[in-house]
Ligand binder design. Structure first.
Ligand code: NAP
Length: 282
C-alpha cells in the first residue's frame, strides 16, 4: 500500500443521494489505496465551483467528477481539455497535471465500450443511423462517441435550440434535429439504435417514458437507456415486449467511473467490485 491519500469527490447541484461515493470507496479499498470520495455541492452562479477548482489546483483535492449543471459551465475554468472532453464539449472528470487543471470526459469511452459489449453486432463498418433522445451533457458524450464510430445521427429534444447548439458545437452538420414527440420520432425513419439520454423513466419517477405510447418502436432497433435506476425502465420493458435487444446504462456507469479512477490513481480499477456495489445498491 502506498502512503498517498487520495482526496476525490463529486461536484454538481443539487447532489442529493449519489452512488459515486460507495462505488469509489469500495474500489479504493480493493486497490489497497487510502483515500476518500466526498460530495461537494456547488450552486450555480456562485463562486463555489471556482473555489473548489482552486482546491484541486493547490493539491488539496486530487480529482473531481462533475455532474449537472456544471458539465459545460466548467469548461472556461479549466486550463486544458483531453481529446474526449474536447470532442463532447463537456467534462465529467477533472484532474491536475503539472499544476494545470485538466478536463476529461469518461462518459464518451464508457458509453462506447458498453455499447460494443451489449450489442456487438452493431460494430460493423458502414453507414448506420442512431436516434438520440435528449441534448444535455450525456447526449453530448453519446453523440460524440457515435459520430467518432461513423454513425449518422438524429437528435430528438424538447428544446430544438439545445439540440442545435449540440450539433454546432460537435460539428455534426449532417445530423437531423427533430422534436421529441410522435411526429418527430417517426420522421427519423429506420434506425439501428435508439439511445435515451433524458432522465425520463429514472427513479423516483419510473412511470415516465420518453417514447410515446402511441408509437411502435422501430423494427430491429437496439435500445440503450442511459438510466441505471431502475434497472429496467418503462422504455426497456417496452423494447423487451417488442422483442428488441435492450440495455440499461449500468455498464456505462461502471466503465466511466473505472476510467476516472484510473485517471486519478494511475492504477487499474476493479470493475467487477464496482458492478457488485451497483447491483447491491439498486
Ligand atoms: P442533462 O444535462 O440535464 O440533460 C438531460 C436532457 O434531457 C436535456 O436535453 C433535457 O432537456 C432533457 N429532459 C429533461 N427532462 C425532460 C422531460 N421531462 N422531457 C423531455 N426532455 C427532458 O442530464 P444528463 O447529464 O445529460 O443526464 C441525462 C440522463 O443520463 C440522466 O438520467 C442521467 O442519470 C443519465 N446518465 C447516465 C450515465 C451513465 O453512466 N449511465 C452517465 C451520464 C448520465 P432540458 O434541458 O430542456 O431540461
Amino acid at each position: 500500500m502506498t502512503d498517498k491519500v487520495f482526496h476525490l469527490g463529486l461536484t454538481g447541484f443539487p447532489l442529493g443521494h449519489s452512488l459515486s461515493p460507495a462505488l469509489h470507496t469500495a474500489a479504493l479499498q480493493v486497490m489497497r489505496l487510502k483515500g476518500e470520495y466526498g460530495l461537494y455541492p456547488a450552486a450555480p452562479e456562485t463562486a463555489d465551483l471556482q473555489c473548489l477548482l482552486e482546491r484541486v489546483r493547490q493539491g488539496e483535492l486530487d480529482g473531481l467528477n462533475v455532474t449537472i449543471p456544471h458539465k459545460q459551465t466548467v469548461l472556461p475554468l479549466l486550463d486544458a481539455l483531453e481529446p474526449a472532453a474536447r470532442a463532447a464539449g463537456a467534462v465529467n472528470v477533472i484532474f491536475r497535471r503539472d499544476h494545470l487543471l485538466i478536463g476529461d470526459n469518461t462518459d464518451l469511452p464508457g458509453f462506447l465500450s458498453d455499447l460494443q459489449q451489449q450489442f456487438p453486432h452493431l460494430a460493423v463498418p458502414g453507414q448506420r443511423k442512431a436516434l438520440v433522445l435528449g441534448a444535455g451533457g450525456a447526449a453530448r458524450a453519446v453523440c460524440a462517441a457515435l459520430h467518432s464510430a461513423g454513425w449518422q445521427l438524429c437528435l430528438a429534444a424538447r428544446r430544438p435550440d439545445q439540440a442545435a447548439g449540440l450539433i454546432t458545437d460537435l460539428r455534426l452538420s449532417s445530423a437531423e434535429n427533430l422534436p421529441l414527440d410522435a411526429a418527430g420520432l417517426s420522421a427519423c425513419g429506420s434506425v439501428a439504435l435508439i439511445v435515451n439520454a433524458t432522465p425520463l423513466g429514472m427513479a423516483p419517477n419510473p412511470q415516465n417514458n420518453p417514447w410515446p405510447a402511441s408509437l411502435p418502436l422501430p423494427v430491429g432497433a437496439c435500445i440503450y437507456d442511459l438510466i441505471y435506476n431502475p434497472p429496467a425502465t418503462r422504455l426497456l420493458q417496452q423494447a423487451q415486449q417488442a422483442g428488441l435487444a435492450a440495455s440499461s446504462g449500468a455498464g456505462m456507469l461502471v466503465e466511466q467511473a473505472a476510467l476516472a479512477l484510473e485517471r486519478w490513481t494511475g492504477r487499474p480499477a476493479p470493475r467487477q467490485v464496482m458492478k457488485q456495489v451497483l447491483n447491491n445498491w439498486r
